[in-house]
Design a protein around this ligand. Structure first.
Ligand code: NCD
Ligand code: ZN
Length: 335
């Protein structure tokens, strides 16, 4: 069995900086045509100069690969219309983190509601800049995403012209919310289609599957899988591939993030094929995102085949999901 994907897109990606950027950027750039690059560096990307400089570092790190980094700003509630009008020339979206909710999000927002974020959200709405949200409350870890759904709904209602993307959704509640508001969309990761909390902590603790939001219950995974396999027009693939050095994962105080970028496409192909839904993979990994973001990527054809391949145990300092294991599919060519 074989499939050719046209211009696969990763709509939520962490490329980091410095040494880590050099390791991970070429891996995404090899098999994806473009990706939405997250701004949670230290310090976060909050100025136009920082966006430009980061984009330059990414372009340098990917070398010869044909790949477009779609840049984002780290949301701040003091971005006004004039600033955003200038910024729009350099960015594709703005990412909002609740303060302290995940890796490098200390500078995020503490009260998320329409009233307090009005100036910036009005401007984004007028300028047609999508708002990407890490949607978690600071409640009990398994309930954080569900508790955040009313926040999404309040924003969606009060800013009907703002495109709001619920990033890396992990629950049935989020899938249901998508259908209630025309301006809500979502990204889904690879790992949340495959694992539940049991895989993280049901047996021996598995640090390489620990991420935010934490993987949830079987019925949640089913709801995500359903949406992805039918290529629900409001969902897109966003890996949330979030590399951390091995010592930061295999340690006391394990950093949150699963590194999936190099295995994402073959494992997605294997998953869709095993459900006889391979014909919907193109929409999930590219076409839906092109429509939602109103964007046409450069052409890149990735051929995948059901030929087993071995996942490396480590990429320099980073351990990928399925490290050292055999997966059922591989990339046979990229052109
Ligand atoms: C991400 C990271 O490490 O930057 N971690 C994660 O667990 N997904 C941040 C994020 O997307 O939450
Ligand atoms: Zn992320």
């Amino acid at each position: 069995m074989q499939i050719t994907l046209n211009s696969p897109l990763d709509m939520h990606l962490h490329l980091r900086d410095e040494a880590m950027l050099q390791i991970v950027a070429p891996l995404s750039a090899h098999s994806f045509a473009a990706a939405i690059v997250m701004p949670n560096l230290v310090p976060p990307v909050t100025s136009i100069e920082a966006v430009k400089a980061y984009k330059e570092r990414i372009i340098t790190a990917i070398g010869e690969e044909h790949f477009t980094p779609l840049m984002t700003l780290f949301f701040q509630d003091n971005y006004d219309y004039d600033f955003l009008k200038e910024a729009k020339k350099q960015i594709t979206a703005i990412k909002l983190y609740p303060a302290g909710i995940t890796t490098n999000s200390e500078g995020g927002v503490s009260g998320i509601d329409s009233e307090s974020l009005k100036m910036t959200l009005d401007a984004m709405s007028r300028l047609d800049i999508p708002l990407l949200i890490h949607g978690e409350s600071n409640g009990f870890v398994m309930d954080r995403e569900k508790e955040f759904v009313p926040v999404y709904e309040e924003l969606a209602q009060n800013f009907p012209d703002l495109t709001i993307i619920m990033e890396h959704i992990t629950t049935k509640a989020s899938v249901e919310a998508l259908n209630r508001h025309k301006n809500l969309y979502a990204t889904i990761t690879l790992h949340h289609l495959l694992i539940t909390l049991d895989d993280v902590a049901g047996g021996m603790l598995e640090p390489h599957l620990f991420c935010k939001p934490i993987a949830k219950r079987p019925e949640d995974r089913e709801a995500l899988l359903d949406a992805a396999l039918q290529a629900h027009p409001k969902v897109m693939f966003g890996s949330d591939s979030a590399p951390h050095p091995q010592h930061a994962k295999e340690s006391c105080g394990c950093a949150a993030g699963v590194f999936t970028a190099p295995i994402a496409l073959p494992v997605l192909a294997e998953l869709f094929a095993s459900h006889n839904k391979l014909e919907n993979l193109q929409a999930f990994v590219s076409d839906n995102a092109q429509k939602i973001y109103n964007f046409t990527p450069e052409k890149k054809n990735v051929v995948l085949e059901d030929k087993p391949s071995l996942v490396p145990a480590i990429y320099d300092t980073v351990v990928p999901m399925y490290a050292g294991k055999e997966i059922g599919w591989s990339i046979t060519s990229v052109s």
